[in-house]
Design a protein around this ligand. Structure first.
Ligand code: GDP
Length: 313
């Protein structure tokens, strides 16, 4: 259902990189995600208010061009691993945050292992350089042992000294992300097809019902589209961006909050646009049945005839 075929070369357009911030606890992931958002406050549409929807997109200038970067706004690698466990590849680039006063720690290595296993290029943000006792070069030396050799040491990994607290080095970090994307990745997608993507987070809202933040990975998602997301389905009633602004359509790498689903999908569930509501319901039901079968197989419980028939339907 979730195809890789994106049509002809000519249909592909450049899309922004999707970035996950990882690193040891307290090394400044949350602070960094806030600082990055801050740099873009001027670019925000009038009337908008920052909404934490699980991801956001910012504008950055790179080599005289206006570019965009999407950040997954759930620090830590829990989201990353949960999504990967479901087979969803969300991240194009990982920013590894290492506090310059604390150096490389077990979770730094764990995060790096996840990124390397997923073959995701890494940019290192050496944070807290404002602190007394900060030793950014030590961080560079330490990470060499794990295969991350800084460019200034003859390697190919970009290290950027930052202070998330003071907001210094953030522009350089954004630049490093775009340089890495251009050097190592060919980020293009067909924006003309029906949308496909992945749910990043979802919850049940008292007034609005199921609310899911989805990342569009290819195609364009529009209000009125019938979608299936995991075992949830429905018609997109409204979409909100990360400033709480209502939008009609969202192209590749854009995160949006979607209203109109019948249930709350899980983080990492893929979504697709289908022709109509009936088909959406059918696919969702099939998926639910398949999941029940898998769960039962795992639990080793024998299925009743009735259950078998309902799965075959
Ligand atoms: P996380 O656990 O990786 O998300 O870390 P946080 O973003 O919550 O930061 C942990 C602590 O370090 C907080 O008290 C932050 O205020 C502090 N912190 C984060 N970045 C910096 C920095 O650049 N300089 C200094 N001095 N403190 C920072």
């Amino acid at each position: 259902e979730f195809g890789e075929d994106e049509g002809d070369e000519g249909d592909l357009v450049a899309r922004p990189p999707v970035v996950t911030v990882m690193g040891h606890v307290d090394h400044g992931k949350t602070k960094l995600l806030d600082a990055i958002r801050h740099t873009n406050e001027v670019a925000r549409e009038a009337g908008g208010i920052t909404q934490h929807i699980g991801a956001y997109q910012i504008a950055a200038e790179h080599e005289g061009e206006d570019r965009k970067i999407t950040f997954i706004d759930t620090p830590g690698h829990e989201a990353f691993t949960a999504m990967r466990a479901r087979g969803a590849k969300v991240t194009d680039i990982a920013v590894l945050v290492v506090a310059a006063d604390d150096g490389v720690k077990p979770q730094t290595i764990e995060a790096l292992n996840h990124a390397q296993a997923a073959e995701v290029p890494v940019v290192v943000a050496v944070n807290k350089v404002d602190k007394e006792g900060a030793d950014p070069n030590k961080v560079r030396a330490q990470l060499t042992e794990y295969g991350l050799v800084a460019e200034e040491y003859g390697g190919s990994t970009l290290f950027v000294d930052i202070s998330a607290k003071n907001g210094t080095g953030i522009d350089d970090l954004l630049e490093a992300i775009l340089l890495t994307a251009d050097a190592e990745l060919d980020l293009r997608a067909n924006d003309a097809m029906d949308a496909q993507g992945v749910a990043i987070e979802a919850h049940l809202d008292r007034g609005r019902g199921p609310v899911a933040t989805v990342l569009v990975q290819r195609g364009t998602l529009r209000v009125g589209d019938s979608i299936v997301c995991g075992e949830a389905f429905g018609r997109v009633r409204a979409m909100l961006d990360d400033n709480g602004v209502s939008i009609d359509e969202a192209g590749p790498s854009r995160p949006v909050q979607v209203l109109g689903l019948t249930a709350v999908p899980g983080a990492g569930d893929n979504f697709i646009v289908v022709t109509d509501d009936r088909m959406a319901r059918q696919i969702a039901q099939q998926r639910a049945a398949r999941k029940r079968t898998a769960d039962m197989a795992r639990s080793g419980r024998r299925r009743t005839l009735e259950e078998l028939f309902s799965e075959m339907e």
